[in-house]
Ligand binder design. Sequence first.
Ligand code: HEM
Length: 288
Amino acid sequence: MSEPTPAWASVLPDEDYQHSFGLKAGSAEKFFAPTERHADLLAQRRHWLRNDPARCAALLPGAESLLEETIAFARQWGAPVSNRREATTLDSPVGHRRSDFADCLALGGAWEPDYLLLKQDAATGRFHLLGGCVCFPSSWRFEEKVGRPLEVIHTPVPHLNEQLASPIHNFLSRIKPGAAWCRANWGLSRSPELNQHPARGLPKLRPPLREDEVWLRVEDQALVALPESRGVLFGIRMTVIPLAEVKRHPAAACGLARALRTMPDTMLDYKSLLAAKDDLLRLLESAI
Ligand code: HEM
């Protein structure tokens, strides 16, 4: 008998693969709330923020007000982060202002999800990534994306801009305060590590593969308006699921197999799945 369907399974519907906008209204407070994995996630986040801050954190000029508003929301949603005024008295005995970058790191070490801060450029109208903390990237380099417009950030994703750049831009331009707008992406990896920065050189999915060498990565995302600073907060929450666990849910295993079968080779290549596709389908066969 199959087990009750977990929340992550909804990212693998019984549909042919396509880029989907798929935004649904949700609660920002719930998205950023602590889970039962809080201690482990925060320990990992603080490890990377301490040891590799140049790769996982940034705050460009112009992002200070976005960060300040985000910290105010984080406090409102229950995260134990001090705001600037309190930080002045609590963290510095001589009353110096804690730096904005220290605030950026502090929030990255207090929240479970990664967070990114975007703002519309006054001259071009495009949304630029101006800062945030990304400790658990899925094979992309935060440090190379910071400062770039969203369309440039999305350039490596085959056909994404031609299909979705306008809807994404229009959505971000009109995002209303209050709700979190949620969607999800998924990927497969040969490592259960949360931090899959390319610089780590983690193993790639190449045949032959055993079932216990494959993990599904589900990236839950939330977009939240920052009305005061006129920006957008983008949260990314990572969940890693062993392939054996995916196979215990036949509907999810079917959805994954169908996505792999119908995904264009350019997209399989982008997701580093092209060489492994046949092996992955073979591993899924016994579940579907
Ligand atoms: C509704 C809005 C959005 C949609 C529909 C969307 C869609 C996607 C999709 C389909 C991918 C490919 C992921 C995969 O299949 O492995 C992707 C990658 C990515 N997206 Fe978005 N995205 C959205 C908003 C954003 C925002 C606001 C950011 C913030 C900077 C962002 C940053 C990225 C990055 C960094 C990647 C990885 C690019 C790379 O591999 O170099 N996305 N996005």
